[in-house]
Design a protein around this ligand. Structure first.
Ligand code: F6R
Length: 358
């Protein structure tokens, strides 16, 4: 049931504060509570692989970033369709983490089976109880997003980000790593439901920005560091439901080719929530403005440029969590672009909710 919303996607976007709260239930006190991982001997782990498809792959990229910051173990994120045919040195000292909303995605399932065969330790992050992936993995941690009906993933993604932040904090604890700013981070994780709730009120603004795409066939998303994960997801959401061609680039890569695409009126969605690299992103943005780009900037407090006409600020939050509020804005942007173009938001062409065949 759509509970009065016009589409399931709108309902699912609105549910995010609640499902994030459910995902965090009993997970946080003054440290992360994750008894499922208590027996994991991190000293035996020599490599971590994160394997998933589509939006779940973007969630894995987020976890990879946190893992790189905190763990001194090599960590690699690979799309499942590549992993299953690639030659990765997986063995009993590998920890393989699979992220899947449905728990039935063919490529992710095949990669999981291959890793089990090589005696790797396997952890799944799933949303569906008793799904194939959750039954085969050594341990499954569940997101509590509830059923996701719209083909384009929204609440499953943000619950994955939330749970993966907790998992990576738990792995850091097991590896006896001291995480800088741990208390602040934990505080901001706990406050995520309220932070996300406050983002829902920004919909009108994103609706207006989405109207910039009315006459456009392309949109370019740019960001650095963790913002790159968000722009990948923002571009995917936009192309899958509104059929606007969208690409995501590392902001610093623009001048190595993609900037050739920028012309008068080109829509660029830029993210600058990572303060330590924000000034670099701002100069990349200004280079696109000099070539006529129409830029929408999603930024953290304190990041500033007078040259950018359209700016929207996310609430004050630890930079490692800024992806969550930023993603809500990008979901609304895609949603309204699709609605404006009269697209079937819940069932985009050529796509299935669960990809159970290769
Ligand atoms: C995009 C989307 C897909 C899925 C992908 C993996 O909005 O929903 O990219 O994320 O097909 O599906 P799961 O998570 O079920 O393995």
């Amino acid at each position: 049931q759509k509970n009065g919303y016009e589409t399931f996607m709108e309902k699912e976007i609105a549910e995010q504060p609640f499902v994030i709260k459910e995902t965090l239930r009993s997970r946080i006190e003054d440290h992360i509570l994750m008894p499922e991982l208590d027996d994991l001997a991190m000293e035996d782990i020599h490599a971590i692989y994160m394997i998933a498809c589509g939006t779940a792959y973007h969630a894995s990229l987020y976890a990879q970033y946190l893992g790189r910051e905190w763990l001194s173990i090599p960590i690699q994120c690979v799309p499942a369709s590549e992993f299953r045919y690639g030659n990765y040195p997986v063995d009993e000292h590998s920890l393989c983490l699979f992220v899947s909303q449905s728990g039935e995605t063919a490529d992710t399932l095949a990669a999981l089976k291959a890793c089990k065969k090589k005696n790797a330790k396997t952890i799944a992050v799933c949303n569906v109880l008793d799904s194939s992936i959750s039954r085969i993995a050594d341990t499954t941690l569940y997101t509590c997003a509830g059923p996701e009906i719209a083909v384009a993933s929204t609440k499953a993604y943000t619950t994955q980000l939330t749970l993966l932040a907790c998992i990576m904090l738990k792995l850091a604890e097991l590896a006896k790593v001291e995480v800088n700013g741990y208390d602040q981070l934990l505080h901001d994780v706990k406050a995520l439901p309220e932070t996300i709730e406050s983002m829902l009120g920004m919909e009108e603004q994103m609706k207006e920005y989405a109207s910039f795409l009315k006459e456009q066939h392309d949109a370019y998303f740019i960001g650095r560091q963790l913002d790159y994960v968000s722009v990948l997801e923002g571009a995917l959401k936009l192309k899958e439901i509104s059929y606007v061609h969208a690409d995501a680039y590392y902001a610093g890569e623009l001048k190595h080719g993609p900037i050739a695409l920028i012309e008068e009126g080109t829509v660029v969605i830029a993210l600058a929530t990572q303060k330590d690299v924000a000034s670099k992103t701002i100069s990349n943005i200004e280079e696109t403005i000099a070539r006529g780009a129409n830029v929408i900037l999603i930024k953290a407090k304190g990041v500033h440029s007078d040259k950018i006409a359209h700016q929207i600020e996310i609430p004050d939050i630890h930079p490692y969590l800024a992806c969550l509020p930023a993603t809500i804005l990008l979901q609304q942007f895609a949603l309204w672009s699709a609605k404006e173009k009269g697209c079937n938001v819940d069932q985009p062409r050529n796509l299935a909710k669960s990809v159970t065949v290769e």
